[in-house]
Ligand binder design. Structure first.
Ligand SMILES: Nc1ncnc2c1ncn2[C@@H]1O[C@H](COP(=O)(O)OP(=O)(O)OP(=O)(O)O)[C@@H](O)[C@H]1O
Ligand SMILES: [Mg+2]
Length: 162
């Protein structure tokens, strides 16, 4: 699948928002990418797509997991501080990933081997100061379905905005 490239925070928010409208209870989104690549920014868009205020989404620097209540609770897990703490990682994921909630995970590589069998994977990378590359792939049936839906939605958005 071709990566998507965004040239502003707003464009990354728009992709997140689109994804937010596609997500259903039980879905998991695993985000990869270096510091400041745009993982939290993408989650702010997801929150907006789920009808939440994106400004409530902050990097949970000192907290591993935060839950934003709503019709479908949004669980935000950030593995940045997790190095060498697999027990806490496992516990956190178990608490976070629920069939009744939507779970988004920053630094998903810190949860290697603990992720569910199906999830959407997004790798965010710096291209330049304001440009980011988003490589989207799906793991498992539901992950692949989401990846295809997001790609299709992005293509039709591009067509209508020309
Ligand atoms: N196209 C873009 N998409 C997303 N963020 C962008 C873009 N261009 C510039 N930025 C800036 O990059 C930064 C992204 O920060 P963000 O907190 O989302 O990164 P992160 O991947 O969550 O980092 P961390 O690993 O520290 O949690 C913000 O300062 C944002 O303004
Ligand atoms: Mg972050």
């Amino acid at each position: 699948m071709d990566p998507m490239v965004t040239s502003s925070v707003e464009q990354t928010h728009a992709i997140g928002e689109q994804l937010g409208t596609l997500l259903r209870p039980g879905d998991v989104v695993a985000l990869h990418g270096e510091l400041g690549s745009g993982k939290t920014t993408l989650i702010q868009g997801i929150a907006r797509g789920l009808g939440r205020n994106p400004e409530t989404i902050k990097s949970p620097t000192f907290v591993l997991m935060r839950e934003y209540p709503g019709e479908v609770p949004l669980v935000h897990i950030d593995g940045y501080r997790l190095e060498g703490a697999p027990t806490i990682a496992a516990l956190d994921l178990e608490l976070g990933c629920s069939p009744y909630k939507i779970t988004v995970i920053e630094w998903a590589e810190r949860f290697a081997g603990l992720l569910p069998e199906a999830y959407l994977r997004i790798e965010v990378a710096h291209v330049s100061t304001h440009r980011r590359r988003l490589a989207i792939s799906g793991v498992g049936a539901r992950g692949q379905e989401l990846a295809t839906e997001l790609q299709t939605a992005a293509v039709s958005r591009r067509k209508t905005s020309v």
